[in-house]
Write a protein that binds this ligand. Structure first.
Ligand SMILES: NC(=O)c1ccc[n+]([C@@H]2O[C@H](COP(=O)([O-])OP(=O)(O)OC[C@H]3O[C@@H](n4cnc5c(N)ncnc54)[C@H](OP(=O)(O)O)[C@@H]3O)[C@@H](O)[C@H]2O)c1
Length: 323
């Protein structure tokens, strides 16, 4: 496993990491959660991604219990959480990044994770109804109070990220160091174009999500929805249309040929492709089974096979079938 710097921060993060969205609390119980994390640790993963809203708080509870079971030294791993949607109903509790919510939410997350602090706290989406200055001040205070070490954003526009950075600089507050965007062969524009100037200008790091586009890039949806997949879950029915998209599955079938030539699986090819982008600090993988995780971790070795020529070939297969 290679470790990359999280943008211009000093934090070293494994280039492949592991997240709990969909799986923890919906497909995976306490024992399986610990087994997945043990396999990730074995592969050299040091970053585990979570969010308050995942399975309504259960995902943080499962990860907290797994970390307790695994008894790893706190210095050896990085844990994140994210805030925006909230897990209780009412004013200041949903769809907000106001000071009241943020400084309350972190305490709930720390309790569920059974941790004294999280390493990374993300603003899970932008909040158009709260001044960015209020959010920046609250996130910086979270750090000053010792409840988070670094903070960042997820799916904020380049302008919003730059505004947050400038406000922090003006007031000598803790600056956002990382953004968490979607990045895979079908979703590239934000990372490759919209954020292009931010990497140098403000030293933005990236932890990218859904490298397999929720499983589409494994090829498993070419003949419909397979048994036991996340697309079968009734609360994730919104993913079905994208996963069974015909045009995208035609692309995936063609990519399978490239994977065969490289002697790797489609999943490994897609994850390795994301790793070839030097702006990416860590590719956050997901898995509902240990075998999937172990297969995906081998993508780190496949990365060296993605020469410029192979990369061009892969991108030519996708053509303009991406956002
Ligand atoms: N910031 C955000 O807004 C945001 C949004 C989404 C995700 N994330 C983060 O990013 C992480 C990864 O996202 P993701 O789970 O969508 O990643 P992904 O890699 O696109 O999809 C992972 C899913 O694909 C299937 N899969 C994985 N490896 C496989 C393999 N080798 N063969 C066959 N199927 C395989 C599994 O689903 P099945 O159970 O169907 O087999 C697995 O749960 C999340 O856990 C979360 O931490 C963040």
């Amino acid at each position: 496993m290679h470790y990359r710097r999280l943008g211009r921060s000093g934090l070293q993060i494994s280039e492949l990491s592991f997240g709990s969205w969909v799986t923890y609390g919906n497909q995976v119980n306490r024992n399986a959660a610990a087994e997945l994390m043990a396999a990730a640790f074995d592969a050299g993963v040091n970053f585990f991604d979570n969010a308050e809203v995942y399975a309504g708080g259960q995902s943080e509870e499962l990860m907290g219990n797994a970390l307790k079971d695994l008894k790893k030294p706190r210095l050896s791993y990085i844990v994140s959480t994210k805030f925006f949607w909230g897990i209780t109903k009412g004013p200041n509790q949903v769809n907000t990044l106001n000071r009241k919510y943020l400084l309350h939410a972190i305490d709930g997350s720390l309790k569920r994770l059974q941790l004294d602090y999280v390493d990374l706290a993300y603003c899970h989406r932008p909040d158009p109804h709260t001044p960015i200055e209020e959010t920046v001040w609250a996130m910086s205070d979270m750090i000053t109070r010792g409840k988070a070490l670094y903070w960042g954003t997820s799916e904020w526009s380049a302008d919003e990220i730059r505004a947050a950075h400038e406000i922090a600089e003006r007031h000598h507050l803790h600056k956002p160091v990382v953004e968490q965007p979607q990045y895979n062969l079908f979703h590239r524009t934000r990372v490759e174009e919209e954020y292009a100037r931010l990497y140098e200008d403000i030293g933005l790091g990236l932890t990218t999500w859904s490298p397999l586009a929720s499983g589409l890039l494994t090829g498993k949806y070419r003949d419909g929805i397979p048994k036991g997949s996340r697309a079968e879950l009734s609360n994730y029915a919104f993913l079905r249309e994208g996963l069974t998209d015909r045009a995208k599955n035609v692309v995936v079938a063609e990519l399978a040929g490239v994977a065969t030539q490289l002697g790797c699986s489609l999943a490994q090819l897609a994850i390795a492709w994301a790793l070839t982008n030097p702006k990416v600090s860590s590719v956050i993988t997901g898995a509902s089974q240990v075998a999937q995780l172990q297969e995906n971790m081998k993508a780190a070795a496949v990365k060296d096979k993605i020469t410029d020529e192979v990369k061009k070939k892969i991108e030519a297969v996708v053509g303009d079938n991406y956002e």
